[in-house]
Design a binder for this molecule. Structure first.
Ligand SMILES: [Zn+2]
Ligand SMILES: [Zn+2]
Length: 349
């Protein structure tokens, strides 16, 4: 076994604190990665504090992992020692069900295996995430990180990036189409950059006008203040596709009516309580309302290569591991532009 240092939550109430644990020795198809950077996703906080229920402790969060390959099993073909590699939200799946066969491991019908807050396929080992100095992952769930991307700023692509890229691709957003992005946070700012690079005309919906300049800097063509009813009414029936990244309660009908005939509104944020959808927000113009969750491994690689080609990374604030609890508090206030990324060099001091 490999001894590894990290930061863990011991229960729902305690702050994250130094924690020593073990990773498996790399098997024939495994890759060992020295972790350099790990993004801080809002779901890390939800799970560390058991806000979704069923959290497993001790928990080392983190599923936006980038580092150097330091060891590979003798059957590994995808990466070699010295390569920059990444691990996202998934580290395994059944690999045989129809979803897995189609490269949609996130929708594995037997249940995907998540990077942390989950048990490995043996049903016993607790998976631990990227707030740590090393990880061992099967090559099938390892991503190749293009060398032209800044590795710290590329880390959030592994969750925030793929979460927004996958629906834009699945619903075939085309150049010239009108795309709306609701909410300008970790997910939303990636949605803006990616939709823009796909050639769409991008409108950001934000609750206040505070983020107007930032939205323009990120590439948005327009900003609509969602609390302004006149501004919202002027957008009725204009959008081909709306990506809703907001996890706070909000009126979904206010956005559904902005879709043109056959338009799609896709949820990637997860409000806690059910959303009220009026049938006549959908019926008269054959609109659809859907959800989407991260992406498969093949599509995640496609997204990374797309980002390399278009020079897209996340806007980040680099922090030390010792700052992670403060970062969680700031995250709760939306006080980050737009993703915290942990520099794991701070763990090795
Ligand atoms: Zn995430
Ligand atoms: Zn499967």
């Amino acid at each position: 076994m490999i001894p590894v240092r990290g930061y863990a939550a011991q229960d729902a109430k305690s702050p994250l604190a130094p924690f020593q644990f073990e990773r498996r020795e790399p098997g024939p198809s495994d890759v060992q990665i020295e972790i350099l950077y790990c993004g801080v996703c809002h779901s890390d906080l939800h799970q560390a504090r058991d806000e979704w229920g069923g959290s497993l402790y001790p928990m080392v969060p983190g599923h936006e992992i980038i580092g150097r390959v330091v060891r590979v099993g003798d059957q590994v073909k995808k990466v070699k020692v010295g390569d920059m590699a990444g691990v996202g939200c998934l580290v395994d799946s059944c690999r045989t069900c129809p979803s897995c066969q189609e490269g949609l491991e996130q929708y594995c019908e037997k249940g995907n295996v998540q990077t942390y807050n989950a048990k490995a396929k043996d049903g016993q080992t607790l998976n631990q995430g990227g707030y740590s100095e090393a990880i061992v992952v099967d090559e099938a769930f390892t991503l190749k990180i293009p060398e032209n991307l800044d590795p710290a700023a590329a880390a959030p692509l592994l969750c925030a990036g793929i979460t927004t890229y996958s629906p834009l691709r699945h619903w075939k957003v085309q150049p010239g189409q009108r795309v709306g992005v609701v909410g300008l946070g970790g997910l939303g700012h990636m949605g803006v950059k990616l939709a823009k690079a796909m050639g769409a005309h991008v409108t950001v919906f934000s609750h206040t006008d505070r983020k107007k300049q930032d939205a323009a800097r990120l590439g948005a063509d327009a900003v609509v203040v969602s609390s302004n009813q006149e501004e919202m009414a002027a957008q009725t029936g204009r959008f081909d596709f709306i990506l809703d990244t907001v996890s706070a309660q909000h009126d979904i009908n206010a956005y559904l009516r902005l879709l043109r005939r056959d338009g799609h509104l896709v949820l990637v944020g997860a409000p806690e309580k059910p959303l009220d959808v009026r049938p006549f927000s959908l019926i008269p113009t054959r609109r659809s309302f859907s959800g989407s969750m991260i992406g498969g491994i093949q599509e995640t690689q496609e997204m990374l290569d797309f980002c390399a080609k278009h020079n897209i990374v996340s806007d980040i604030e680099l922090i030390s591991i010792q700052q992670v609890n403060d970062a969680y508090e700031r995250l709760l206030k939306g006080d980050v532009k737009y993703r915290f990324v942990i520099d794991l060099a701070s763990l090795r001091k």
